[in-house]
Design a protein around this ligand. Structure first.
Ligand SMILES: Cc1cc2nc3c(=O)[nH]c(=O)nc-3n(C[C@H](O)[C@H](O)[C@H](O)COP(=O)(O)O)c2cc1C
Length: 185
C-alpha cells in the first residue's frame, strides 16, 4: 500500500469478526517494530503475544473494556528501561517510553498493511496485567493491542487535528512563517 494511504487509513477498530488471524502475520508486525529508532541502539521493547483465552479474559478485565475479549490475539507491549537507565541515568526512563511509541507506530502501520485491525488500549490496571503475564516489577506495561479482522469495513475515523494547531515557526506559539527574501547572486 502507498505510504501516505497507509498512514491515513490506519484507524482504531473495536469490533472484530470471528475469523482468526494467522499469528505469523502478527509476528511480521512485531518484527517491524525492530526498525524504529532506539536510543544508543539499546532496545527496551518487549512484545507479548497472547492467545490463551483465559489470559485474554483477565486482560479484558484489567482494561475494563469488553471489546478486547472478542479478539483471538492480544499483544501486550512492555518496555524494560534498565539498560537505558544504566547508560543515560534518569533520561533512560523517558527514552524507554519514547522508544515504545516509535516501535508501536511501526507495529500499527504494519498491522494496517497486512489487513489486520487493532486499537491502542492505554487504560488498564498495570499490576493486574503484570500478574497475568508474569511481567517483572521493573518492566513497564506500555499498551495492550487486541488484534483481529475488522467486523465491518465501516470505519468512522474522525478528521485529524488541523495542521495549524500543531505547527509553530521559530518560536512556540508562532503560527506564521516569515519568508526570508532570497538573495539572487
Ligand atoms: C496512549 C493512548 C491510549 C489509548 N487508550 C485507549 C483505550 O484505553 N481505549 C480505547 O478504546 N482507545 C484508546 N486509544 C485509542 C484512541 O482513542 C484513538 O487512537 C483516537 O481516538 C484516535 O482515533 P484513531 O486511532 O482511529 O485515529 C488510545 C490511544 C493512545 C495513543
Amino acid at each position: 500500500m502507498d505510504f501516505d494511504k497507509l498512514i491515513k487509513s490506519r484507524a482504531s477498530v473495536r469490533k472484530f469478526s470471528s475469523k482468526k488471524p494467522d499469528w505469523r502475520n502478527i509476528i511480521e508486525c512485531i518484527d517491524a517494530a525492530r526498525y524504529a529508532p532506539t536510543a544508543g541502539h539499546n532496545s527496551a521493547l518487549k512484545f507479548i503475544l497472547v492467545d490463551d483465552s483465559e489470559s485474554i479474559k483477565k486482560i479484558t478485565k484489567a482494561c475494563q473494556q469488553d471489546f478486547i475479549s472478542s479478539a483471538h490475539y492480544v499483544v501486550v507491549v512492555c518496555s524494560n528501561p534498565s539498560r537505558l537507565v544504566n547508560a543515560y541515568g534518569e533520561s533512560g526512563e523517558a527514552y524507554a517510553r519514547q522508544q515504545a511509541g516509535a516501535g508501536i507506530q511501526n507495529f500499527l502501520l504494519k498491522i494496517e498493511q497486512v489487513g489486520l485491525s487493532t486499537c491502542w488500549v492505554g487504560y488498564f490496571a498495570e499490576e493486574q496485567i503484570k500478574e497475568v503475564l508474569k511481567i517483572p516489577k521493573d518492566v513497564n506495561v506500555e499498551a495492550v493491542f487486541p488484534i483481529g479482522f475488522e467486523y465491518e469495513k465501516k470505519r468512522t475515523k474522525k478528521a485529524p487535528i488541523d495542521l495549524d494547531r500543531i505547527l509553530y515557526f521559530n518560536k512556540y506559539g508562532n503560527t506564521k512563517m516569515q519568508e526570508k527574501e532570497s538573495i539572487e547572486v
